[in-house]
Design a protein around this ligand. Sequence first.
Ligand SMILES: NC(=O)c1ccc[n+]([C@@H]2O[C@H](COP(=O)([O-])OP(=O)(O)OC[C@H]3O[C@@H](n4cnc5c(N)ncnc54)[C@H](OP(=O)(O)O)[C@@H]3O)[C@@H](O)[C@H]2O)c1
Length: 318
Amino acid sequence: MAETVLVVGASGLVGSAAVASLVAGGHRVRGLVRSPEVAEGLAKVGAVPVVGRLGGPGPWAAALDGATSVVDATQAHVPGRRFGVRAAERGAIQRRTMLDALLGEVRARAPPLRSFVALGGLEEYVPTGDAWLDESTPKAAVPRGYSRLSAQVRPRLADAARSDGLPLVTLRMGLIYGSSGWFPAFVDRIRRGRGIVVGPGTNFASLVAASDVGAAIRAAVEVAPVGEEFLVVDDRPVRQTEWLASLADAVGAERPHRSVPRWLASLVGGTVNVETFASSRRARNRAMKERLGVPLRFPTHEAGFRAALSSEPQVPAA
Ligand SMILES: NC(=O)c1ccc[n+]([C@@H]2O[C@H](COP(=O)([O-])OP(=O)(O)OC[C@H]3O[C@@H](n4cnc5c(N)ncnc54)[C@H](OP(=O)(O)O)[C@@H]3O)[C@@H](O)[C@H]2O)c1
């Protein structure tokens, strides 16, 4: 059944993948973006653009009229290299403000939504080292990495689900690569031989292609049971040194071999980035595959990297 879906943060790495996948699936898609130029691009891919800024009530909220589903793909603006703890605290306040604005308008409308898809990362869970992580892994009490940004969002969403019946479906994703976001600049560093290994490089990363994240969001809108949470990662978590080597091979650059201690890498690359990059997250995708039926186009990072590095379109037709 075709849904009417509002994607908030539609210009972002995840939001644009969600829009493409939902449009390909035959849904009526509205995308909230902040700039008219980006809105034009959204219209070209078959979505209805809505220009607005999530900061409080505003004309943007009319985009919720008649919507059956909302995908919240917003992220606070994060500074690149100097992404420290203070910046993350400011980012967390921005995330909370955006979510409050969205929930305020959702609450004010009837009939209720069928689903509200919230997104987060694997740092929400306690670190598990080399052991596998899944949906039953306990949540971390102290936020680290990018979960510092979502620290105030998770309890608010839980509260809205409990008190207002928000039909919450949560996807927690691994490190997402694609043709925008952090990946192009990172590839550029590797290409110029400036890649480093943070710490010993033995930590696991769970990667996932942006187009596969789009497919998971579409499945969450179509079939996910309300109240549940799913990990969105590819089939094979890999150690930091392994995926860095694959990336270097893919662009014909020297494999990064210089190991930089975490404290020093934090000074250069920002504490929050280093916490995410160098922590070990070996995540399973069984629930996503069996219960959401998400077909992974890129089950491992090697093929996904090649596609992201080429001009090949990453979102399959319906
Ligand atoms: N990237 C990853 O590897 C990764 C991994 C795991 C989880 N996630 C999660 O995925 C979600 C999206 O992340 P992302 O990487 O796609 O972020 P992103 O590329 O930075 O996109 C963020 C989006 O939020 C929009 N936005 C920011 N402030 C806004 C405001 N006040 N009003 C309206 N829109 C606003 C941005 O609009 P502008 O374009 O106008 O700035 C952009 O569309 C987040 O919840 C994040 O935690 C991401």
